[in-house]
Design a binder for this molecule. Structure first.
Ligand SMILES: [Zn+2]
Length: 327
């Protein structure tokens, strides 16, 4: 059951080799697993909905029958994940062993998208903001904010990427967790871009974020939304699942996780892109079990129509453009 299967995406030779290394470590127990309760409602009432990720690795995804939150269970332990991030994460996910300019440029583009989302929600201040990114990688997102006149700093656990951004782009990046991070000045904007789904102890992380926030601080959280598979993942959940993801969010579940810590949502969508600040959130949590399962079944049923959808046509045009440009 814990052996590997076929991938759902095309892998390059580096990815094929690294995937096999991970699969072997899972098989021999070098990467061990633990069972966990639902992070939203704390129930232990899971129903398994998938057993493989897009690389074909063992990956057990469950939906909580009590509240509908989707999470990985059992999942790798913290020590197994730490070793995985050190050894196989970047080569498996990026398809390259080293930090480079192509990765940095992709991060810059992501910085622009985040900036535009915040601007459309009127959350970009006209005066320079102090921006902290957690899980900044090489710092390309921060580089975009810096180009707009803001003061930026970033933390990440991957030293190679942090060193790349510090050395080649003179960014203020440090190897640190949020719990160990100290800054004497108030932070105006905290950015989590595709990071929250990797963090095992969400409660402790959100608590640490809360400690850094003043009444003026904005918190931007972006994660791959499980109700957005029809747009970003060709309606195919199997291309969305990745073994490093411990949680699979909807906008609703992000909001439900942040509310008990005193955060209220300012704006958000099912992509998921969302921005919060300290305050009372008036929303009430509902059970998402039926709506999530209905959404998955709908995608399964109508996946064959994806090439005809607007997202499908856009994807085909992008592929043709990439081919013509020689990408
Ligand atoms: Zn639950």
């Amino acid at each position: 059951m814990m052996g590997e299967g076929l991938p759902s995406i095309v892998l390059n030779p580096i990815q094929i080799r690294v995937k096999q290394e991970v699969a072997n470590k899972v098989k021999t127990g070098e990467y061990d697993f633990e069972s966990v309760f639902c992070a939203v409602c704390n129930a232990d009432n899971p129903e398994c909905i998938a057993e493989r990720d897009r690389y074909g690795l063992y990956f057990s995804v469950c939906i909580c029958k009590q509240c509908g939150f989707v999470y990985t269970n059992p999942r790798m332990t913290q020590s197994a994940y730490s070793a995985f991030y050190d050894n196989e994460y970047r080569p498996l996910y990026v398809g390259s062993e080293v930090a480079g300019e192509a990765f940095f440029r992709e991060q810059q583009k992501q910085g622009k998208r985040i900036y535009e989302f915040l601007d459309s929600a009127n959350q970009i201040s006209t005066r320079p903001m102090r921006v902290l990114e957690v899980g900044c990688g090489a710092g390309g997102i921060l580089d975009f904010f810096r180009s707009k006149g803001h003061e930026v700093m970033g933390i990440d656990l991957g030293s190679e990427y942090v060193n790349y951004g510090s050395k080649h782009h003179s960014l203020d990046l440090r190897v640190s967790t949020l719990a160990d991070f100290y800054c004497k000045d108030a932070i105006d904007l905290i950015v989590y871009s595709h990071v929250m789904e990797h963090i095992l102890d969400l409660y402790a992380e959100i608590k640490a974020i809360r400690c850094l926030c003043s009444s003026q601080t904005k918190l931007y959280i972006e994660v791959p939304g499980i109700k957005n598979i029809h747009k970003n993942y060709s309606m195919d959940a199997m291309t969305y699942y990745q073994n490093a993801h411990a949680y699979h969010f909807t906008l609703h579940s992000i909001r439900a996780l942040l509310k008990p810590h005193g955060f209220a949502m300012i704006a958000g969508n099912e992509y998921v892109k969302s921005v919060f600040s300290i305050g009372d959130d008036s929303f009430s949590q509902r059970d998402e079990y039926q709506s999530v399962l209905y959404y998955f079944r709908w995608n399964e049923r109508f996946r064959w129509l994806f090439p005809l959808s607007i997202a499908g046509v856009k994807r085909t045009l992008k592929r043709i453009k990439d081919r013509l440009m020689g990408n």
